[in-house]
Design a protein around this ligand. Structure first.
Ligand code: IMP
Length: 471
């Protein structure tokens, strides 16, 4: 079981690549096309959203569990993109027929109402809403066994959503924000039904499939989408996704009983990031950064804009964390894989990490992008900032007892207490052995282990698959 411990985009796919040898199956249990990781193969780049990690390992099976929500059109596009790389998914990709599908009304409603939270606009929230509402939910099994009724439902619910929402005054603003196009709903419904037929070779009608695989000796690596702080209950509600992202939920949406659980692996990024709105205690530039990154729904300050308008050298010299955040984003390529929005960046938060590790029972940690920490040596502070504690409502919250405020108001008012750790100037991206890392990196890692209460088993020192130091 592998989960993101922060706000998503921790580099989980890369860590999966590094540890995949001991597993036979990589399985998703939550989320849908809101997730995204960029893969480079023979110089070609593709972004996968719904297919589990591990496509480059032909002997690994890839399972999409019933807890996910799927956009069939996007899934087909991903399958085609993978095929174009010369990689076969035949007999490897297995999709639970109990997966709920994302319907056109879900995408429409998310476009209308998701802007305030900064959702990815993929219809995730409305799809999970309908899953809980039950009548409106359509699963792959329904599409296959009762296509006529499923088609009618798709059309009816879309028309109903448009009718109900056309009276909302905020609608026109949000419509322009998400640039919604009108949908030929009859055509769309036919396409979805057709796609369910075309995808039949991947759809599994046996709810015991994964159990049987494990009984026959295969190890499963559950791949959590999003991250702990985006959990629908345990995250920074309401600025979260709509599924459970915590470790325990793998044994609900992943179609395997918890008796097979072996260990929980957590992934954290050395310079944290968040996309969308919501509290982020360690953010460089605080609210100013959130407003900047989310201007025009995150579409204003794009990668191109920043590259054309700023020089990282200049930004790094200023005594302003907001500017340093922009420089780190540009150098680290921190723009959303799914939405292209600029990611809000922040210093490594040990209190938040301790919360994530304790609430999920994390057994071992992987820390990514540790090589990027060397850029702090070029700032006026010269050293690496980490958040050691918070003050919130007059109380001090430490990583020894990381009782995070549970309300948005409470968490947003928490102020970070920052400590500086010694920086390093060496390029560590070609280091492959822990012993050869600079002493300052080892101290950073020890500090994390103390706060998290578990060992750091791997360190990412660059974007490539081989650039992971395993201990
Ligand atoms: P939704 O999941 O599209 O409903 O978006 C809800 C919130 O979760 C927004 O702040 C998104 O930016 C965030 N989010 C969803 N998926 C990811 C992800 O894979 N990485 C980072 N943030 C995500």
């Amino acid at each position: 079981m592998l989960i993101g411990l922060q706000y998503g985009d921790e580099g989980k796919g890369k860590i999966i690549d590094a540890i995949i040898a001991e597993y036979g199956i990589v399985a998703r249990f939550n989320g849908g096309p809101n997730a995204g990781h960029t893969l480079v193969h023979d110089g070609k780049e593709i972004v996968l959203h719904q297919i589990p990690s591990g496509i480059f390992h032909p002997d690994k099976l890839l399972y999409i569990g019933s807890g996910c929500v799927l956009n069939l059109e996007k899934l087909m596009q991903e399958i085609e993109a993978v095929k174009e790389l010369g990689i076969s998914l035949e007999g490897r990709l297995v999709i639970s027929d109990q997966v709920s599908i994302i319907q056109p009304d879900h995408i429409y409603l998310d476009g209308k109402n998701g802007g305030g939270l900064g959702t990815t606009g993929n219809g995730i929230g409305p799809a999970y809403e309908d899953k809980a509402q039950r009548y409106k939910n359509s699963r792959l099994t329904d599409l296959l066994d009762d296509p006529a009724n499923s088609r009618d439902k798709i059309i009816e619910y879309y028309k109903e959503a448009v009718k109900l929402n056309s009276r909302m005054s905020i609608t026109s603003f949000l419509t322009s924000l998400f640039q919604q196009k009108s949908v030929d709903i009859v055509n769309k419904a036919d396409t979805i039904i057709d796609l369910s037929q075309q995808l039949q070779q991947y759809i599994c009608r046996d709810p015991l499939w994964l159990v049987k695989q494990v009984e026959s000796g295969k190890n499963v690596l559950f791949e959590g989408a999003q991250a702990v702080m985006l959990d629908v209950v345990h995250g920074t509600v309401p600025y979260v996704t709509s599924s459970h992202t915590i470790a325990g939920s793998a044994y609900v949406g992943g179609d395997l009983p918890p008796r097979y659980h072996r260990k929980t692996i957590g992934v954290a990024k050395a310079i944290m990031s968040r996309v969308g709105h919501g509290p982020f205690v360690s953010e460089f530039g605080e609210k100013r950064s959130e407003n900047y990154c989310m201007e025009n729904g995150g579409k204003k300050y794009t990668k191109e804009y920043e590259q054309n308008n700023y020089r990282t050298e200049d930004l790094l010299k200023t005594i302003d964390w907001f500017n340093i955040g922009i420089a780190l984003r540009m150098m680290g390529g921190e723009y959303g894989a799914t939405t292209k929005r600029p990611r809000r960046l922040g210093m490594f938060d040990l209190v938040q990490l301790a919360y994530a590790c304790k609430t999920n029972g994390v057994d071992e940690l992987y820390v990514t992008k540790v090589d990027c920490l060397k850029d702090f040596a070029r700032t006026p502070w010269k050293n690496i900032p980490v958040v050691e504690a918070y003050t919130a409502n007059g109380l001090k919250i430490t990583y020894n007892n990381p009782r995070l405020p549970t309300s948005t108001q409470g968490y947003s008012s928490a102020k970070p207490i920052v400590r500086f750790l010694s920086s390093f100037t060496e390029n560590i991206s070609s280091v492959r052995n822990y012993d050869n890392l600079p002493q300052q990196v080892k101290e950073f890692i020890s500090h994390i282990e103390r706060a998290a209460g578990c060992p750091v088993k791997g360190i990412g020192v660059g974007p490539d698959r081989e650039q992971t130091i395993l201990r």
